[in-house]
Design a protein around this ligand. Structure first.
Ligand code: B1M
Length: 219
């Protein structure tokens, strides 16, 4: 039964039926399906199909945009449920999608998970320059700069962020996290960033760990 409902969410997302997706996600929640399962096996699985079809020119930008809108509607229902109960972590993060890159669904999920852990988040949006990341971290006393990139043509901006942070003399006080489909751990090490995580949930766990380390509060 739950597999059927998750498939329905995925299929309606692919068709860009935002209102239907919202209703189905609400139904899945009411039926007791875990929010993380709805997110991964319903919404994200539909988005992945769209991604594959986009690659092979079976769908084009307008279809992807309506699917993205449906994804956002579904995530909106899950948002309060993905926030964790219990002790909240302390720390401030500035997050953005790097310069030249307008993809923000993954970045928004990472933000949501950060907030769920109790971290304060400054959302810089998309198309964020290295200077903006670094200046924001300085002005707003952020412990973490979190960069998302979805394009192979924009991932290089992350290296510029690391260089700018070094030049600004904040490298010992600020940790730089990276993520997004084209990057991996090897790339993280190559550019001298501090942490790569593959998904939003592990990004939030890592951010909490880094904030604790910086506060000298290592368990
Ligand atoms: Co774009 N796009 N897109 N697109 N798009 C991709 C990324 C692409 C892989 C599609 C494909 O060819 N299969 C391809 C990139 C190829 C490449 O560079 N290797 C591509 C392309 C080429 C383009 C354009 C150039 C197309 C064109 O115009 N010709 C153009 C570029 C625009 C620009 O940015 N300058 C473009 C435009 C768009 C839309 C505007 C139509 C739309 C974006 C809407 C929006 O974001 N508001 C869009 C979309 C939706 C996609 C796909 C289909 C889906 C991306 C997505 O939201 N996935 C994508 C194909 C795909 O990924 N399968 C594709 C769901 C999201 C939750 O996953 O963002 O990966 P993701 O986030 C994950 C992890 O990566 C991780 O956590 C999330 C999950 O928990 N994560 C982090 C992300 N950031 C993190 C940061 C962290 C840690 C983890 O720490 C800081």
């Amino acid at each position: 039964m739950s597999t059927e409902l998750l498939n329905e969410i995925s299929e309606n997302l692919q068709r860009g039926k935002a209102k239907v997706v919202k209703q189905l996600v609400e139904q899945a929640v009411a039926e007791g399906i875990a929010p993380a399962v709805i997110l991964n096996e319903g919404l994200l699985s539909g988005m992945n199909v769209i991604g594959e079809k986009f690659k092979t020119n079976e769908v084009y930008v307008p279809e992807v945009l309506v699917a993205a809108r449906a994804m956002n509607m579904g995530v909106g229902v899950l948002k309060p449920l993905l926030a964790e109960e219990g002790v909240k972590a302390k720390g401030k993060v500035c997050i953005g999608t790097v310069q030249g890159d307008l993809h923000d669904i993954g970045k928004n999920l990472v933000k949501l998970m950060f907030e769920g852990k109790g971290l304060e988040v400054v959302d810089l949006g998309t198309d964020v320059s290295p200077d903006t990341f670094v200046q924001t971290a300085i002005e707003q006393n952020c412990q973490i700069i979190a960069c998302s990139a979805l394009l192979t043509t924009t991932m290089g901006v992350m290296e510029e962020v690391v260089k700018k942070a070094e030049a600004a003399g904040i490298r010992d006080k600020v940790r730089i996290m990276i993520g997004g489909a084209p990057v991996d751990d090897a790339y993280c090490q190559k550019i001298g960033a501090d942490a790569y995580t593959p998904d939003a949930a592990s990004a939030a766990d890592k951010a909490v760990e880094l904030c604790r380390e910086l506060a000298g509060d290592v368990a």
